[in-house]
Ligand binder design. Sequence first.
Ligand code: ATP
Length: 218
Amino acid sequence: MLNVDIKKRLVDFTLDVRFSVENNILVLFGPSGAGKTTILRSIAGLIKPDQGTISYCDQLFFCSVTKTFLAPQHRRVGYMFQEYALFPHMNVEKNIWYGVKGSNEKADELYGKLMDLLKIETLASRLIDKLSGGERQRVALARALMAQPNILLLDEPLSALDKDTRCELQAELRTMQSIWKIPFILVTHDPEEAKALGDQFLFIEKGRQVTQPVGWEN
Ligand SMILES: Nc1ncnc2c1ncn2[C@@H]1O[C@H](COP(=O)(O)OP(=O)(O)OP(=O)(O)O)[C@@H](O)[C@H]1O
């Protein structure tokens, strides 16, 4: 289980949140500038909260009292950004293997499984800039899971896609989470998407958890 209990002073308000995620999908939902990306960046170790703790199972990522700060590369946290963050000059296969140390039977097997599950086998040798938005997102998801993360963070992964592709990818995200059984934390502005994907929800406005978010019933 991932436990997050943090405070961080931002420009206009203080982010102050406390939540836990089991092996399911937590959706972070809230308006632009509410602090959602800051939560993800804190879990990944890209920024340091001012106060609190972040832990995954018995591993302490951050604790302001003991001054613990585990470096991002030791957290095994996968991060899919708003932008795809793929290398356009490399093909699909090279992008997916990027960052994996050495090839072995288990990694080869995982690669094959991801290509198959995400239906991108036929794209292995294609360059990234010759892919559609939906294909890029599948490749980005394969790359994130290839690193065998303990937690996967997804910052508006589907926002650039058309409605049909988004629905397809939502189903695939759910499938991948049910196979991998790790906490997924997904940021979205879209209430429909939140409802389609979330097992649990954290609604935030101006850095605070709220019970009735703006735009939820629309
Ligand atoms: N490192 C930082 N230090 C101080 N303030 C920050 C920092 N990073 C972001 N902010 C501010 O904190 C607020 C929350 O930003 P954040 O990116 O977390 O929001 P968000 O909910 O992800 O927004 P969006 O949905 O638009 O991506 C914004 O007002 C932003 O300007």
